[in-house]
Design a protein around this ligand. Sequence first.
Ligand SMILES: NC(=O)c1ccc[n+]([C@@H]2O[C@H](COP(=O)([O-])OP(=O)(O)OC[C@H]3O[C@@H](n4cnc5c(N)ncnc54)[C@H](O)[C@@H]3O)[C@@H](O)[C@H]2O)c1
Length: 301
Amino acid sequence: MSRPFEKVAVVGAGLLGAQIALLSAYAGYKVNLYDTRETAFEDTYKRLVGDFKNKGITPIIPWDSWETLKSEIQFSTDIAVALKDADFVIEAVFENLEVKLDVFKKMNENAPSKAIFASNSSSMPISRMENASGRPEKCINAHFYQPLQGMIMADIAPGSKTLPEVMEKGEAWITSLGCIPLKVNKEILGFCFNSVWRAIKRQTLYMWGNDYVDFRDIDRAWKIFSKMPIGPFGLMDMVGLDVVYDIEMVYYNESKDPKDKPPEAFLEKIKRGELGVKTGKGFYTYPNPEFLSPEFIKPKK
Ligand SMILES: NC(=O)c1ccc[n+]([C@@H]2O[C@H](COP(=O)([O-])OP(=O)(O)OC[C@H]3O[C@@H](n4cnc5c(N)ncnc54)[C@H](O)[C@@H]3O)[C@@H](O)[C@H]2O)c1
């Protein structure tokens, strides 16, 4: 696969930044990784390896390449060093607009003027950050979904002034990483797939929270209809109900439409510490949730 850039810089060495850096190095890019925390890359690397091994996940990068790729990635806490000569810079820092605006300003001060900038934000369109970048015509959203776990897709979206050739290079970069670019033609909250997933969460939470149906019946129907092993409520348990709540509130704060607000019963669950798989209880109880049993979708005679 041809590469549209030579040097890629990743800003933020947390869960997503580290995965994007590893995947870029695996695809043959020269990768610099920057974080304000000295141990950020080391910590995240250990966490990724530990999590994957504990959960029995086979990452899309073979295990025997990980240590080599890690040593090839140039980690630095000096942004000037990390962004020097970069052709493409993607930020994956905290999901906070103030932080991102400051980061885009610093990226502009330290990267060459030719460099294309991207944000991995889950919820913020690039138009919110493009003015701080000093190069709005060279800015895109490139939103990955845990790529090393096999979520081989990334939303790609333009801002208000993005040039078509910048979108094309972004798409080519995503493709070169072995991922499928999900192209969004104009700004929409949630981009391509998060918008769809969000519509499902909104409707299913509304139906459960207002006592129209039992959540198990929604998951049963979903499993039977789609042949998927898990339904929307099982999936929300996996993501973490607190995380789902925060994301839904981003949409609600944007629209102020009461139907966008997660139901009170959902917030009550979170207050009780029922956060899903990570606390052993959410909609289901773990480690053996009932939706995994064959009985869950067997007609009763
Ligand atoms: N976690 C997910 O499942 C997921 C999925 C898709 C997209 N995202 C998005 O990716 C971004 C990062 O999320 P994450 O889960 O990797 O977060 P994280 O908390 O694991 O990592 C964030 C990293 O950014 C660093 N950082 C914070 N401020 C910085 C600054 N000013 N300069 C440099 N580094 C800084 C932190 O030290 C940390 O290492 C967010 O925008 C999030 O919405 C997350």
